[in-house]
Design a protein around this ligand. Structure first.
Ligand code: PXP
Length: 235
């Protein structure tokens, strides 16, 4: 059975629009855990646009499942990861101007091996967020990481059934290669209530990290109660 990592970045995005205390991402993490999440995923970005250092530290001390920190390989974030020690770090590319993580990590970066080793030596499980491409997966295997998270964004953005089928076949091939190389198979980005089933059916993906669609749905499943309670207060 595949596991679910719930990405709560967008709860923090909403909080940061007012720079206040609500909605509280730590509370979102607890509700997620109580309803079956196997892992909480957050991305501490260099620009701190959503998750803050305080969220990372509080989550590390309060969640009862596993904490997966998405992070760029910068000196500052590496130092934070080594000190807070989430269970897993998922290395992602990061650009200030992007709306969300675009594309997988390019493994042809200077001293990537040394930086991964530094994180592993600190006791962290390292996962790499990669496009479903054989060349990158083989490089990941050589880097001796524990897991590869397949970037499912291209699949999620397909417009026709044929395009979707082509992307599913691409992901299936990548998942097989990751598994046969002895690494854990993870997938994420852009997955929602319509497109996730086809990937679950592959049977090879061990963990899904999903955020935007869950938080989007939560807005509507909670809207009726939120309005009704406010109506009672002002009546
Ligand atoms: N996995 C990784 C590595 C990501 O960068 C993201 C986006 O933060 C997700 C999963 C979740 O993507 P989404 O919010 O589109 O479900």
């Amino acid at each position: 059975m595949a596991e679910l990592g719930v990405n709560i970045d967008h709860v923090a995005t909403l909080r940061q629009t007012r720079m206040g205390l609500e909605p509280e991402p730590v509370y979102a993490a607890m509700i997620a855990e109580q309803n079956g999440a196997d892992q909480i995923t957050i991305h501490l970005r260099e620009d701190r646009r959503h998750i803050q250092l305080r969220d990372l530290k509080t989550l590390k001390n309060t969640i009862q499942t596993r904490l997966n920190l998405e992070m760029a390989l910068t000196t500052e974030i590496i130092a934070i990861a080594k000190s807070v020690k989430p269970h897993t770090v998922t290395l992602v590319p990061e650009k200030r101007e992007e709306l969300t993580t675009e594309g997988g990590l390019n493994l042809h970066i200077k001293n990537i091996e040394g930086k991964i080793k530094e994180l592993q030596d600190a006791g962290l499980e390292v996962s790499l967020f990669l496009e479903p491409e054989a060349e990158m997966i083989r490089l990941a295997d050589r880097l001796k990481v524990s897991a590869v998270e397949i970037h499912t964004g291209t699949y999620a953005n397909t417009k026709t059934l044929q395009e979707a089928e082509n992307q599913i076949a691409r992901i299936a091939k990548a998942a097989k290669l990751i598994k046969s190389s002895g690494m854990r198979v993870v997938a994420g980005h852009g997955l929602n209530y319509h497109n996730v089933q086809a990937l679950v059916d592959l049977g090879t993906i061990e963990e899904f990290n999903i955020g935007h669609s869950i938080v989007s749905r939560a807005v509507f499943t909670g809207m009726a109660e939120a309005v009704a309670t406010m109506k009672i207060l002002i009546s």
